[in-house]
Design a protein around this ligand. Structure first.
Ligand code: HEC
Ligand code: HEC
Ligand code: HEC
Ligand code: HEC
Ligand code: HEC
Length: 384
């Protein structure tokens, strides 16, 4: 082939893609989920009359700021976390966009049928939104979420915090988690023994929804467990996780210069790649119906985190001393070498260690609940 015909072909290809992307209307597809029946997979079609450039051209898109949002998302752990290879049927539903879409399509079963795919992508725009089929950035689902309880006798929780419900579709316990057996607060007799056989004896990582509500921890009989104002505050009830993590009601794309707030989902962030500094977005904290202007700064936020951090550290030390926790902070158990704890209820201290640690907010989500869980766990370990 002569070089000028290659150039011509390239030009023609260029024109075609420009026609597609630059402002003309897209293919007229029926609206709604799974409308396009020519695709066996999850392709959801294009909304009728959709204008591609409204989103895809930075000079035209002054509504969605897609390019700014994508820049932020690329700096979120959703994008770079690297756990997207967890794409088997048990894991893909939360760790990949493809798995999430499948789970949504099938009304949120935990286990997938076609979860295992090659080249999965991490939770991206099409996980939380369906921009092509809807022509906008509404959230894929806002229904209340049922979170499975992993403490015997405690009912499953219903999480209903507006847009935060979308977060908790993934940031919740896993029904097929290796956690077995489930601890029971009522088993307090010296002969009640629990036999733990997994080094990962916890209900997976995303416990933030339960912590915010004030449920899901191991509540020892005879103690009271309080909740911080975060559980019931109207702004948090209405907006959920985004009110703090995405920084403000209107999610200004330039707050946090693309490295904190917005779609980075970060409250703690750094102004550069080398992490030379530690900054905090406290815009969410300082709204008028919350802590008010100037209510929180980096200093006061860190001070609020300290008591929970200290108690968690003490609990960790005690658990290692007992030999329940290894120095690499996993449960000191395996199938061939079960960890036996009696009375069973004392295992709640180990359970609560992981519950508070995996919440990752250093207590902020629900300081009182976290502190009460830790205090009662410490007290339990200190009494013979
Ligand atoms: C409501 C916003 C919106 C509209 C309108 C829109 N897109 Fe997209 N599109 C997105 C988002 C968000 C992504 C994923 C983020 C990215 O890669 O920039 C995307 C990604 C793409 C991609 C990259 C391939 C991929 O799978 O990620 C192509 C190609 C594309 N869109 C084509 C189109 C075409 C053609 C139209 C018009 C028919 C269109 N888009 C209209 C939001 C939109
Ligand atoms: C599709 C499932 C899914 C949804 C929906 C989701 N997340 Fe995540 N999130 C994850 C996964 C998976 C990770 C860990 C990524 C990794 O390690 O690869 C994560 C990580 C995070 C982290 C970083 C945690 C850390 O260890 O530093 C934050 C913060 C976060 N998510 C907040 C949110 C918020 C806020 C929402 C709702 C606006 C949300 N997520 C919605 C799956 C999801
Ligand atoms: C219900 C949704 C869900 C399912 C199903 C799920 N995960 Fe996760 N997983 C998450 C979320 C959310 C996070 C991030 C939590 C955080 O950092 O706050 C996460 C984090 C992780 C991490 C990172 C932990 C760390 O310390 O950084 C690993 C590893 C992981 N998951 C493995 C798996 C495996 C393996 C499976 C399947 C057997 C699986 N996950 C199934 C939601 C899920
Ligand atoms: C983990 C979930 C999640 C992911 C991934 C995600 N978003 Fe969002 N997005 C949200 C939430 C939550 C909101 C706030 C929605 C609300 O309050 O109704 C939002 C809001 C938006 C808005 C503002 C909507 C409006 O009407 O003002 C845009 C635009 C947007 N997202 C674009 C994107 C783009 C582009 C990507 C991919 C680069 C993306 N989102 C990825 C959760 C997500
Ligand atoms: C009241 C504000 C607020 C609400 C509401 C909130 N968070 Fe947080 N979250 C925080 C703060 C503050 C931290 C700790 C920041 C730090 O010190 O690093 C945090 C930490 C986290 C972390 C650890 C990773 C990180 O970036 O620090 C995850 C994951 C997380 N939150 C997810 C969620 C999810 C999911 C929800 C909704 C169920 C939620 N949060 C609701 C304020 C909030």
């Amino acid at each position: 082939m002569k070089s000028h015909s290659i150039i011509l072909i390239a030009l023609a290809a260029c024109l075609v893609s420009m026609v597609v992307l630059f402002g003309c209307e897209g293919p007229q597809g029926p609206a709604g989920q799974n409308a396009d029946t020519t695709y066996a997979g999850t392709f959801e079609g294009f909304a009728p009359g959709i204008k591609c450039a409204n989103c895809h051209n930075p000079d035209i898109d002054t509504t969605y700021y897609l390019w700014a949002r994508r820049y932020q998302w690329e700096r979120s752990k959703h994008a770079y976390g690297g756990d997207l290879e967890r794409n088997g049927p048990d894991c893909a539903g939360c760790h990949t966009t493809e798995g999430l879409i499948e789970r949504w399509k099938n009304h949120w079963p935990m286990v997938q049928t076609v979860g295992a795919k090659n080249n999965p992508s991490p939770p991206g725009c099409f996980a939380c939104h369906s921009p092509h089929s809807r022509g906008n950035f509404t959230l894929r689902d806002m229904d209340a979420v049922t979170i499975k309880s992993f403490v015997s006798g405690v009912p499953d929780a219903s999480f209903n915090y507006g847009p935060g419900n979308m977060c908790v579709r993934c940031h919740q316990t896993r029904t097929t988690s290796p956690m077995s057996p489930v601890p029971n607060p009522a088993r307090t007799a010296p002969t009640d023994t629990i036999s733990i056989t997994s080094s990962r004896w916890y209900p997976h990582y995303g416990v933030q929804g339960q912590m915010l509500i004030g449920t899901g921890g191991f509540q020892f009989v005879g103690y009271t467990y309080r909740n911080s104002i975060h559980s019931t505050n109207a702004g948090i009830r209405g907006e959920g996780c985004p009110v703090c993590h995405m920084a403000s009601q209107s999610y200004p794309p330039d707050l946090g210069t693309g490295r904190g707030g917005g779609h980075t989902m970060k409250i703690r962030y750094s102004s550069d790649e080398t992490e030379s500094d530690t900054l905090f977005i406290v815009t969410g904290c300082n709204q008028s119906d919350c802590h008010g202007a100037g209510g929180f700064s980096k200093t006061t936020l860190l001070a609020a985190e300290k008591p929970v951090q200290d108690s968690l550290q003490t609990l960790e030390t005690l658990l290692i001393q007992r030999g329940w926790l290894t120095t690499s902070l996993t449960v000191n158990a395996s199938t061939s070498r079960p960890l036996k704890i009696a009375p069973e209820a004392k295992s709640g201290a180990l359970f609560n260690y992981f519950f508070v640690e995996h919440d990752l907010s250093r207590g902020i989500h629900n300081t009182k609940y976290a502190q009460d869980l830790l205090n009662s766990s410490l007290q339990t370990l200190r009494t013979p």
